[in-house]
Design a protein around this ligand. Structure first.
Ligand SMILES: *[C@@H]1O[C@H](CO)[C@@H](O)[C@H](O)[C@H]1NC(C)=O
Ligand SMILES: *[C@@H]1O[C@H](CO)[C@@H](O)[C@H](O)[C@H]1NC(C)=O
Length: 313
């Protein structure tokens, strides 16, 4: 009996090393507070995850308890400005590309990350362009666009957004018609999953609830902010940014082929992966998404090691 109790006491802290995140309120360069948390061993390769439009880092709750992921990597996530538990400034200035890069830098610094991989879901993927446009040298070892485009701007939006997204978006940011705005939130959450009827109502409600903390005024700003992809494409041409794009086979909000057409000509080693799932494929097929990200990261690190070895010889 005593032995068992001792064993439990010994094992408990080990088990909870992965389930007890370190939470930080990070202050970004313009003074905005960015909510961030980290799970796992800081000595491992770090991966920084950012959620999509209208949600928060909470969407990664299940991914962050995935054993394979949390055992092999130091998992960091933060809430985009305007979203979730982060600050919600309302000026246009606050949603410039440089601000998004500064938020990433502030979080990296707060957790002492060196060359993390960046994984952005949906609109979170567009921060890849902000990081590359504003930070030199490139502060990440590689980037994953998870059901999103590595850059989003007005000039390509009509090509990369599906008709459904182009219909739902104006309804979502609708300021005056509550009925329409609320229904759009319900509709958006339905589009996230391959088979919404298989997703428990409790989980759908968790998604739905997050959309309410994004105000209509801020929602217009975060989705139509200017972004310049010149440096991102140049990094592709120079081969200095390993890039992976993952889409679910039942994607309803973006047009994957239109996104691939923009980036493939510049990123000759672009890694493409299709998994069974909808827009939130990491909920529908979490094991496949974890495997895809893990092998991309380990391939990139292996290549880097080989190159370093060649230079040292
Ligand atoms: C972060 O800020 C929020 C809101 O001000 C506060 O409730 C929370 O306790 C803070 N968390 C930490 C870890 O400082
Ligand atoms: C609000 O939107 C609903 C659904 O489209 C529509 O039926 C209704 O007429 C609208 N209300 C107003 C006041 O425009």
């Amino acid at each position: 009996m005593l032995k068992l109790a001792t064993l439990v006491l010994l094992i408990l802290p080990l088990l909870c090393a992965a389930c007890d995140p370190v939470v930080k309120n990070v202050t970004s360069a313009d003074g905005t507070t960015i909510y961030a948390d980290a799970t796992g061993d800081p000595g491992k390769q770090s991966l920084v995850f950012v959620h999509g439009f209208s949600f928060s880092g909470v969407v990664f709750d299940r991914l962050f308890t995935n054993k394979k992921l949390s055992k092999n990597f130091y998992l960091v996530r933060y809430d985009m400005r305007g979203h979730g538990r982060s600050g919600k400034p309302d000026s246009e200035e606050a949603y410039k590309s440089a601000r998004y890069a500064e938020d990433f830098s502030a979080v990296s610094e707060a957790f002492g990350l060196e060359k993390p991989f960046y994984v952005g879901w949906s609109l979170g993927a567009s921060i890849i362009a902000d990081i590359i446009a504003n930070i030199d040298p490139i502060p990440i070892a590689g980037a994953v666009a998870l059901s999103g485009s590595p850059s989003v701007s007005e000039d390509i939006l009509h090509n990369i957004a599906s008709d459904l997204l182009q219909t739902l978006f104006p309804e979502f940011v609708e300021n005056d018609n509550v009925t329409l705005g609320l229904q759009a939130r319900v509709d958006v959450v339905e589009t996230l999953f391959k088979n919404p009827s298989n997703i428990p109502f409790s989980l759908q409600s968790e998604y739905l609830g997050q959309t309410v903390v994004l105000t209509p005024a801020v929602s217009g700003r975060v989705a139509s902010r200017p972004s310049d992809r010149t440096k991102l494409l140049a990094a592709g041409d120079a081969g200095t940014l390993p890039l992976m794009i993952i889409f679910g086979d039942a994607e309803k909000l973006f047009v994957p082929s239109a996104i691939i057409d923009i980036f493939k000509p510049h990123f000759k080693d672009l890694v493409l992966e299709t998994v069974s799932g909808g827009h939130a494929s990491f909920e529908d097929s979490s094991a496949r998404v974890v495997t895809a990200i893990s092998s991309f990261v380990s391939d990139v690190l292996k290549k880097q090691k080989k190159r370093a070895l060649r230079f040292s010889l």
